[in-house]
Design a protein around this ligand. Structure first.
Ligand code: URA
Length: 425
């Protein structure tokens, strides 16, 4: 088999054979196919697409490039959630212990943030002592004691994707639905969950800005899950304004703990409950209702156990940024837009996110929202608070926000769009 023949076949719109796909993924993982050859193939796929059969085989080959985890020794069914990423998306934090409190096990392998969306591990690392890296045996132990574990994916999980995703990032080949779907699903299937719920974000703060492209990505991923024997459903949810009232690592942990204590912003609670119900249904668990588990303290109890089992102190004060700056509403009226992308970039520039994989993040940095679209505001009232340890960043954050806020005159009819836009199974 040779790489040039595979590249030419896709360039000329031929359907790749199973043998070609298996060979190219394996040879690339071993270093026999060079980065420039894989980059050419990824570009040919981006331009000419892949059939459903090719996408299933591509995903399977990436899964087979590494280890597949096995939780069958656990006495509980496993279920997991994956979000395609958004601003203020802290849902995994309350969701994993909540689902555990309702009777399913949640093995959640998560990533770090890159660019304007935050990463679950960065958020949890703002809790003093908490460790993201666990061995397989340790991961199983946390699952046994807390019912849920959130940790970093080991190097052995879908190594072909690790290499290919980094290459796509620098060759303009991320935005291909078959490549995104196979990248996400190879990791989630290799993780060994029995059921999977996908939260596919749509809007200015998301990968997919149109409902149609988000639906196609969701449909492709649901099919990949089904082909691999993992019951998969997808919710399409809005991401044109941040989720909740915070974007930034420790700020989002604080808000997640509020949800676990039975409070928290209405949109975060709504999405957490909807995803929890889907995860439990996927796992076939008909235990405690998630709303009850938020109110009766059992979800909080699982959170505390999960954090402590990974070395964290659930009672330790969370880091707070050294400097704050309030952004006032520029006019009186109805807030009709508080753009997710603008807030995400502002939080990133304040130090909450990283531009390169190796950059550090500031635990306390981020943006706090004092109003959401649909609210009536008065000129001069606090609309946002910016948090950072490095005040020279305030100006850059304000630049990012400059075109992100719209206030319409008093009396303008405005109803914010629903959070949950569609469901696919
Ligand atoms: N997230 C992934 O894991 N892979 C992609 O290709 C895009 C987003």
């Amino acid at each position: 088999m040779d790489a040039v023949a595979v590249i030419r076949a896709k360039r000329d719109r031929a359907e790749l054979t199973d043998a070609q796909i298996d060979w190219v993924i394996d040879a690339y993982t071993r270093g026999e196919v060079a980065d420039e050859q894989m980059a050419a193939l990824a570009m040919a796929i981006l331009l000419n697409g892949m059939t459903a059969r090719e996408t299933v085989r591509w995903t399977d080959a990436m899964i087979r490039s590494g280890e597949r985890m096995d939780f069958s020794a656990l006495p509980l069914p496993t279920t997991d959630k994956h979000s395609t990423g958004g601003v203020g998306d802290k849902i995994t934090l309350p969701l994993a212990p909540l689902v555990a409190a309702c009777g399913a096990a949640v093995p959640q392998l998560s990533g770090r943030g890159l660019g304007h969306t935050g990463g679950t591990l960065d958020k949890l690392e703002s809790i003093p002592g908490w460790r993201a890296r666990l061995g397989n045996a340790e991961m199983l132990e946390v699952l046994r004691t807390a019912g849920a574990v959130i940790c970093a994916a080991g190097d052995g999980l879908a190594p072909a994707d690790r290499k290919l995703y980094a290459l796509r990032d620098v060759t303009g080949t991320v935005e291909s639905i078959p490549l995104i779907a196979s990248s996400i699903m190879s990791k989630k299937i290799a993780e060994g969950t029995g059921a999977l719920v996908l939260d596919v974000k749509v809007g200015t703060g998301a990968f997919m800005t149109s409902l149609e492209s988000a639906r196609e990505l969701a449909r492709t991923m649901v099919e990949l899950g089904r082909s691999a024997g993992v019951g998969t459903v997808a919710l399409l949810t809005g991401m044109s304004t941040p989720l909740g009232l915070t974007a930034g690592n420790a700020l989002e942990v604080r808000e997640s703990v509020e949800v676990l204590a039975g409070g928290g912003p209405a949109d975060v609670v709504e999405l957490t409950l909807a995803l929890a119900r889907e995860m439990l249904a996927g796992a076939g668990v008909r235990g405690k209702d998630p709303e009850t588990a938020l109110k009766d303290g059992s979800a909080m109890d699982h959170w505390r156990r999960m954090i402590a089992a990974q070395g964290g102190d659930p009672d330790a004060p969370l880091p707070v940024a050294r400097e704050r700056q309030v952004v006032a509403a520029p006019a009186t009226g109805v807030l009709t837009r508080l753009d997710a992308y603008a807030v995400g970039v502002a939080a990133w520039r304040l130090g909450a996110g990283r531009a390169r994989k190796e950059d550090p993040v500031q635990a306390g940095a981020g943006v706090e929202l004092h109003a959401k679209p649909g609210a009536s505001v008065t000129a001069g009232q606090p609309l946002l608070t910016l948090h950072t340890d490095t005040p020279e960043r305030f100006g850059y954050a304000l630049d990012a926000l400059a075109d992100g806020i719209d206030i319409a005159p008093v009396g303008t009819g405005f109803t914010p769009p629903p959070l949950i836009l569609d469901r696919l199974d």
